[in-house]
Design a binder for this molecule. Sequence first.
Ligand code: NOJ
Length: 748
Amino acid sequence: MASEFASQLNLTEKSRMVTGTLAIGAGSSCIGNILPIERVGFSGWCMQDGPNGVNLADLTSAFPSGLSAGASWNKDMMYQRGVAMGQEFRAKGIEVALGPSAGPLGRHALGGRNWEGFSVDPYLSGIAIAATIRGIQSNGVQACAKHIVGNEQETQRSYSILDDGTRVEGISSNIDDRTLHELYMWPFADAVKAGVASAMCSYNRLNQTYACENDALLNGILRDELGFRGFVVSDWFATHSGAKSINAGLDLNMPGALSAEHMQTGASYWGAYITVMVEDGSITEDRVDQMITRIMTPYFYFGQDRPDYPPVDRSMEYTFAAWSNVLDLLPSPPPPTRDVRGDHARLIRKLAAEATVLLKNVNATLPLKSPLNIGVFGNDAADPSQGLVVMRQSEVGTLPLGGGAGTVRHSYIVSPIEAIKARAKTIGARVQHILQNSVIAAGDFSSIYPIPDVCLVFLNTYAGEVQDRPSYEADWNSTLVVENVARKCPNTIVITHSASINSMPWANNPSVKAILAAHLPGHESGNSIVDVLWGDVNPSGHLPYPIAKDPKDYDIPIVNLTASEVTSPNAWQADFTEGQLIDYRRLDAEGIEPLFEFGFGLSYTTFTMEETLKVQTLSRRLTPKPNASLGVQQGGNPDLWTPIVRVTTRISNSGSKRGSAVPQLYASLPRNSTPAGTPEKVLRGFDKVLLEHGESRAVEFELLRRDLSYWDTVSQQWVLPKGEIGLKVGFSSRDIRAEAVVELPLDR
Ligand code: NOJ
């Protein structure tokens, strides 16, 4: 169908199919558009951000961030979140949802966009991206796995032009082959396996070549090795060539123009030049047909050509124009807005509560025992003071999501103070509050009397597209804010709404009795944190990254050159010399004790685990390499996905409350039969298990061939190592309760 469609088009129409547009007032309602070709009955299509809900639109839901979904460790809820987001994209008439994201992965804890993705761990991120894609696409909406690959820092993510006109190239992420496979491309293999319809190449250069014209990446790894069948779309203005990008495997140039400055004229490396390139032989018309076939295959597969697919909500052009401050350009009155939120607020509230990580809870301070005098402190508790589109650090106002393509235009935000006051009213409690950090930092508590029974301190840490975070500390003088409250109030509880890892210099302050990391929870923020504080929900989030005692323990500085250091157009280079040893892998390698380890999270109940593991190998004999005769399917050689080992344990709820445990399995590949740089242990299985108090349940982990293989750069294959593989199961990466070894029955 898709190839027949391509064959009906003339070359001018073909050029329009592969070169997008974005022009307010020209009938394009979305951040990326393919214009209609009425002659063949094609009504055009719309691509809209992003990974946390429909952006740039009115009356949509702001879902918990990718990071929150990762922190939930709940595969089913990750899927449900995808389903609900997909419903909203479909109802708005959007063909392609520009998400989910697994790149950046989080090499830099201070990276500006880590919160759009799920976790710095590729296994957790891979499970989450696949579940999200399945959920979105279950609605007949195309998902887009982004950004492939190596866009780990925002600083100089693309080229810049100096005052003297010199073009300075974007950062080159220089990543060795093994690290690329075992870390940064790992989740994208899961995305392809899940059948993702499209993939977005990233802004940066990978090993000196821009990702969107990188033949080894797009044709080599993504298509030939991983069996990706959809289309590759450029990140916005990330196409820097004509024939080079087309021949390297880029199928769709978005939004078509050379750069934002060329949007009105539409000047492009592609567009009209497609004809010129075909005529001069630098690309073939067959390749153009292939690009259109790849673009249209998911469109027809998902039935997006059928009359029951909703037409695009034209009001999105108006919300986009409002956001760009050019609403006057459009005729009045605006078309009506389609409200697509359904009852998603319930899921959002539930997931955000479920994803909240309880890091400290001295003397069972939480859940709260009906305090009648509640203190609320900190700017993050407040209603947003700069509007409902959170695109910048704002001194007063809670932070439900970060900024940029991953944000959502909130139709409402339940702030913590709103929800706490509502709760307090039902129990006749008083609420005293100071929501300006500068007042708290100055030590002015004159308005507070008597000292509250409990003091809730809300902190936030903004991050967004285009810039990286300046520091590990939560924003707005947060350390002094916590210390000053704790000095007054011996029963202080700190809650963070943060785009990623924070340092917590106050964590061991004896007056800080409890800490909750609530990440970026979406627009039901206040309700979900109240559910956890008062114990309606027993927290079961676990950290999707480790928190070091000292950020230097795992910090990898973001490359940030001063003008005098930019001595050549190629000056921006990021050498990923640490290989796989980022985050908990680095702490393990250096024997450093973190403040809170990867996978850590407390509950209002307690869990135990049997001390012995049952380990079963599922084949009598295994070849070290996957069965080549199976060829390549979506996700690569299908044999990589064959279960080869089953590990079983039993867990019990030994406390007094119902709650969910997160048993985790870590594998240690043998050091003597794998190349240098093998991490001490890597996450290779997890589950979320709800248990009544006193209840026990068996937990099973199936390890796939890929899970226990390493990438062999010589044979260019995944290889199972010989020797003993360690298997460790517990409730975090450092709380290991049971260990075993397995030696695979390998043919040699
Ligand atoms: C740039 C961002 O990097 C990408 O994630 C987004 O989808 C596009 N802009 C479109 O807004």
